[in-house]
Design a protein around this ligand. Structure first.
Ligand SMILES: *Cc1c(COP(=O)(O)O)cnc(C)c1O
Length: 360
């Protein structure tokens, strides 16, 4: 029998985050797509000069120092930017603010059947009906599958997770044009690692239905501070701010706003780290393919790799874990044949490779 205090939470199936080792434990951590390199050194100056007296005061609700930095980098205005406590929170607010609830509409929100596993969680939590669109051969998102269908909105991670594959800006435009009356969320958590891809934020101003969501967690190496943002038409941003102010007007603290601004404006550190990860990704992809791994071309800071016949993904995951190497294994149909492996430093990937070669 359920007691009144847990009735509301009984049916909830929450997102399961990748494991984090305890402090002091030595592991090679390739399981949650963190950046192997340090964030901008400009953050040290921010910390050194930070006036702790200001912590008495609530932070600026809109994170103006940070969104101004974002606006300058993307060439948009501050009215086009929304900041939140990690892009997970930004996405959650998008779900609440932008997608019509079941009951109010028969239409569903289109999303790839294999994608960021938070999307179905938000959908169920906020009573939004998801329609899972099957990926095509080779884990490809086909834009035609998102055109000409009645829907309540669209959410696509680009590059997609955990498959690592990206669609082009032209393909995104095709989807935007075909769905002018519903919000289209493009989650660019990994876009910094897609070569020859400019952010869909370059289309802001042209499409009122576009929402680009990005994070400081991956390519800026700041998963520890929790900061993400959305870039969209002013009307959409106003809606996001209304939802935010209905449950927490101060999602981003004072220190995080300053750290985020400094990191955003340090384009040199961002470029250097991004290119280093891409280079290592090419190296490890080639090495693993040589020994029989099946790996789609990655546009992200991780690869999606199917081991050769001699070992299945789950066994390899477990054996690596026993050696202190963490990768991500998803016990779900289709993707249970693959491991998602975050790109670490060259040294980490060499150690990882050596361990793998002994297992296969
Ligand atoms: C990591 C990730 C996020 C969340 O990033 P945070 O800003 O750390 O909350 C969002 N979307 C995708 C696809 C991700 O992989």
């Amino acid at each position: 029998m359920s007691k009144y205090w847990n009735i509301k939470t009984q049916g909830i199936e929450p997102y399961v985050a990748g494991e984090q080792p305890k402090d002091g434990q030595r592991v090679i951590k390739l399981n949650t797509n963190e950046n192997p390199y340090a964030p901008s050194p400009a953050i040290k100056e921010v910390l050194k000069n930070f006036d702790i007296d200001t912590l008495r005061l609530y932070p600026d609700t809109n994170s103006t120092v940070f969104i101004d930095a974002v606006a300058s980098v993307y060439g948009v205005s501050r009215e086009n930017v929304f900041a939140g406590n990690g892009s997970d929170e930004v996405l959650a607010i998008c779900w609440q603010a932008l997608f019509e609830k079941m009951g109010n509409t028969d239409k569903k929100v289109l999303m790839p059947d294999i994608s960021y596993s938070f999307y179905p969680v938000y959908s169920s939590f906020y009573d939004v009906a998801p329609e899972k669109v099957p990926l095509r051969e080779g884990f490809t998102v086909d834009p035609d599958d998102y055109c000409g269908k009645e829907c309540a909105g669209i959410a696509i991670a680009n590059p997609n997770a955990p498959t690592s594959k990206a669609i082009t800006l032209d393909e995104i435009e095709k989807i935007l044009k075909a769905n002018p009356d519903v919000p289209v969320i493009i989650d660019e958590a990994y876009a910094a690692y897609a070569e020859d891809y400019e952010s869909a934020a370059t289309l802001i101003g042209k499409y009122k239905n576009l929402v680009v969501v990005r994070t400081m967690s991956k390519s800026y190496g700041l998963a520890g501070i929790r900061l993400g943002y959305a870039i969209a038409d002013e009307e959409i941003i106003t809606g996001l701010r209304k939802v935010r102010d209905s449950f927490n007007s101060y999602p981003v603290d004072r220190l995080t706003q300053r750290i985020g601004a400094a990191a955003m404006l340090d384009r040199e550190n961002f470029e250097k780290n991004r290119l280093a990860v891409i280079k290592t990704r090419k190296f490890i992809t080639e090495e693993l393919r040589k020994v029989g791994f099946d790996i789609p071309d990655s546009s992200a800071n991780f690869i999606f790799a199917k081991p050769p016949k001699s070992i299945d993904a789950e066994t390899l995951y477990k054996n690596l874990k026993a050696k202190g190497i963490l990768v991500r294994y998803f016990n779900k149909p289709v993707i249970n044949e693959y491991l998602r492996i975050t790109i670490g430093t060259d040294e980490e990937m060499k150690e990882f490779l050596e361990a793998v070669l002994k297992e296969i």
